[in-house]
Structure formats: C-alpha cells, structure tokens
Design a protein around this ligand. Sequence first.
Ligand code: PMP
Length: 295
Amino acid sequence: RKMTEQLIFLDGQLVKKEDAKISVYDHGLLYGDGIFEGIRVYNGNVFRLKEHLIRLYESAKSILLTIPYTIEEITEIVLKTIRANELQSAYIRLVVTRGVGDLGIDPFACKNASVIVIAEPLNLFPPELYETGIKIVSASSRRNRSDVISPKTKSLNYLNNVLVKIEANLAGVPEALMMNTDGYVAEGSADNIFIVKGNELITPPGYIGALEGITRNAVLEVACKKGYDAKEGVFTRHDVYVADEVFLTGTAAEVIAVIEVDGRQIGTGIPGTITNKILAGFREIVETDGTKVYE
Ligand code: PMP
C-alpha cells in the first residue's frame, strides 16, 4: 500500500493524505490550543482505546474544549480510520484542535473544534535497542509545573518536550530526563520512567510532573501481578543513578531499558532481568487487552 493512498479522518470525512490540510487560522497551529493522543494497534487490537479516550476527554475538559463527538462516536471513527487503511499494526494519532478562529488568542472565536485521526504503519525503535538498552542524559529544561498547564493534560503545547528532545539529540542519545522545578525526577520528553531497587518498582506520580501514561499504568498492573512491589513514588536523580534497573515506558517505546544516565552505568550496564520480565509481560497483554478492529 503506497503512502499516497493513505486516508486520514479530518472533520467528518476520510480524505487522502495530500488533501488532509487545515487552516493557518487554526488555533492548534497559532497557539498550541488543542489536545492529542498517541495510540497503538497490535494485530488488529487497539490497545486500551477506552483509557486513551478517557484521557482525551479529561484533557478536553481541563482546557474547556468541547469534542464534537461522544466517546462511542470517536471509538467508531478511530476503528473506521484503521480499517480504511487496512492496517493490522499501527500507530494512531488523534488530534483535537480548538479549530479555526482569528489571529486573536480568544478561543471563543473558534466555533468548531477540528478532529483529526491519522493511522500509520508503525515506525519502531530498532529492535537491537531492546537487546542493548539505551543511554540517556538529564535535561536542563524543567518539566512544566503542575499548577501551570498540568502535565496530565496531553495538550498540543509540547514545546517544552521538544526542547528536551533537542537536548537529547545534542547529547547523541535517544531520550533525556526531565526534573521538575524542585529537582525531583518527572519523565522523559515522551515517556515515563521507572526505577527498580530490589523488589520495588517506582514511577513518579502525575502531580510531580508526569503524564499518567497508559503504558505506565499497564506496567504497574503487570508488575503487581508478577509479585513486585510496584507503586508511585517521588525520587531524585541520585536514586536513578544508584537504581538496580531503570526503564522508560510509552506507547511507541513500550518498555525500554536504560543502561546509562549522565555517564553513570545502571546496574551491570545491560537490560535487567526485571525489565525484561516486565517487557515480556507487557507484550503478552497487548495481544488481548484491546478493542478489536475487524469483526
Ligand atoms: N509522557 C509524555 C510527555 C508523553 O508524551 C507520553 C506519550 N504519550 C508518555 C509520557 C507515555 O504515555 P503513554 O504510555 O500513554 O504513551
């Protein structure tokens, strides 16, 4: 299937990729005024679609944005877009912008929110990164404070995350770690972090400055089922450096081991046994824990 035949859902219709265009007056472009989700389809199963849509509607509520569809309708739109592109495994980007307004910041000029669903074949991390693990650095950019725009809101305002990704690029690593303004560990530019110490797995709570990742929540469940003491907790860079294992979680990355942080080797410098068990456990649930696209 050629990419030129890709169909994108835009404001009520499936249109060709080259026709999927929005106005330069869209406030998503002018002001980052909008929200989004990144969702994954595994073998015709949309992983935790409901959880993603709940997060989308919570983000919308938080910024007083009315999504012009019900959760059931959006579910159908997502499934329809995957089917139209005949995909079995895919990455879905669901975007809701405030819509077309004028150059003023006032969102009340925007009468209709725009809803976009893009379904694409997966563009995964190279598989060898799961064998070797990745090196990361800590970023000098701080996570947005929870009392400004909450990191729990998955808004289109990702400039802070973009700056963190630039820091990673400049350091020659795939991801960088953000602290919050108190110096506590928050998350990566587009993934959550876990540290492992003994039988304990710890990930920062949302209010510290982390998105409550769907993968993160699934990993907490998988780890508890496997008998680990997995929980939210507040920690510093020191705790990351001296952890037995460190890994990142996200829709795209799934569970990926971190083997070095700021030049400090983590554990023995290879993906740890607990990380590998969690990745295997996660890859088991994605096969079944989802909404079926074709039936
Ligand atoms: N944190 C941020 C800032 C993100 O953008 C993402 C990716 N959506 C995540 C964490 C991971 O969340 P999820 O597991 O829901 O993909």
